[in-house]
Design a protein around this ligand. Structure first.
Ligand code: EPS
Length: 371
């Protein structure tokens, strides 16, 4: 099955199914000399994992990383890094009833049409379980980006259904089960999600990720533009249905005199470009938002079709996420970090001799409060 590798120089290949013995990845092209231990993966993997709060799927996986290769005496050696996570809490009988049916809104039908065969247990390869290994691979990228370039990648939930944050405080994001940036709304979200779960329905969400400290110059016009690769990377996440960079779709109604980010020697005055112009980073924050559809595995009955073409009533039981966006901030961060890491290495390969070019406009005017 092609399509499981990502990146040109920092190349990540993931493998495994949701109910197979294990999932894993191979990271090839990683620079040598990065300190790396199994513990480094725990925090980001826990942020993404199911079973940690009542608002996500109840499947409880340890998501313990085994480093199989590419690390010697605690540092990366430049050889392929193989990472493995064993599946320990799959409950395949939940899928017996729908094994021969297509869940409307799910990848069941398209996998069947493409391959003529599928692993129905937990959605097989189409499961969000696969994103575990993206997050794991990106832990390495985040470490290198931070150490080598001072880049910081973080993200938050920017909308659930109709609910949007009223305030923004980064310190609130890791302190609640929703990665929500306004602590005062957490009670409201708890009630919203409890009512949704009771109703048996699901809801969509928006995640915003930000990379601070990206130097100007990353991105390869014209087919390897930074924003083009970010869009592809984000759209490869399960349930992603839209991506915007900076002002994104709001650019449609912005006059050019508003959209253009004014440049002064002291710094840019706004960041509608989302830190990218001409497919190349400007040195401002790279800002990307991703729209996630409401998940399709519902216990509410729906009209569907089985593999023999018969009309059937489809009911999905088991342990499912009523809002997959709740767990998606670390996944979007991962894809942002993986794209940046790959582009950084590619920039170094082609333009490493160019060095710093004057003038270098600061990301923002100090103390102006924006960004
Ligand atoms: C998923 C369905 C559920 C989730 C799973 C994603 O699978 P299961 O029925 O096997 O519990 O739990 O998420 C994970 C296991 C994970 O680690 O993200 C789906 O259909 O995508």
């Amino acid at each position: 099955m092609a399509g499981n590798s990502f990146g040109a120089l920092f190349r990540v290949t993931t493998f495994g199914e949701s109910h197979g013995p294990a999932i894993g990845c191979v990271v090839d092209g990683c620079p040598p000399g990065i300190a790396l231990a199994a513990d480094d993966f725990s925090a980001d993997l826990a942020r993404r994992a199911t079973g940690r709060t009542r608002h996500t799927s109840a499947r409880r996986e340890d998501d313990a990383i085994e480093i199989l290769s590419g690390v010697y005496e605690g540092v990366t050696t430049g050889t392929p890094i193989a990472l493995l996570v064993r599946n320990t809490d799959a409950r395949s009988k939940d899928y017996e009833r729908i094994a021969t049916q297509f869940r409307p809104g799910h990848a069941d039908y398209t996998y069947w049409q493409k391959y003529g065969v599928r692993d129905p247990r937990g959605g097989g390869r189409s499961s969000a379980r696969e994103t575990t290994m993206r997050v794991a691979a990106a832990v390495i990228a985040k470490k290198w980006l931070a150490a080598r370039h001072g880049v910081r990648v973080r993200g938050f939930l920017a909308q659930i259904g109709e609910v949007v944050p009223r305030g923004h405080d980064w310190s609130a994001v890791d302190a609640n089960p929703f990665s929500w940036p306004d602590a005062l709304q957490v009670g409201e979200l708890e009630a919203y999600m409890d009512a949704l779960r009771k109703s048996g329905d699901s809801v969509g969400a928006r995640v915003t990720v930000v990379a601070e400290g990206v130097p100007p110059g990353w991105g390869e016009p014209v087919y390897g533009k930074l924003d083009a690769e970010l869009a592809a990377a984000m759209m490869s996440i399960n349930a992603a249905k839209g991506v915007q960079v900076g002002a994104g779709f709001a650019s449609i109604v912005q006059p050019g005199s508003v959209h253009r980010d004014v440049m002064t020697p002291e710094g840019f005055l706004s960041n509608h470009a989302g830190g990218i112009l001409g497919g190349i980073s400007t040195g401002q924050d790279v800002v990307v938002s991703v729209a996630f559809k409401p998940t399709s595995s519902l216990r509410l009955p729906v009209q569907g079709v089985d593999v023999d073409g018969n009309a059937v009533e489809v009911v999905t039981t088991g342990r499912h996420d009523p809002c997959v966006g709740i767990r998606a901030a670390p996944i979007c961060e991962a894809m942002l970090a993986l794209v940046l890491m790959d582009q950084a290495l590619r920039h170094r390969a082609q333009c490493g001799d160019v060095g710093a070019v004057s003038p270098r406009i600061p990301a923002r005017v100090p103390g102006d409060g924006h960004g």
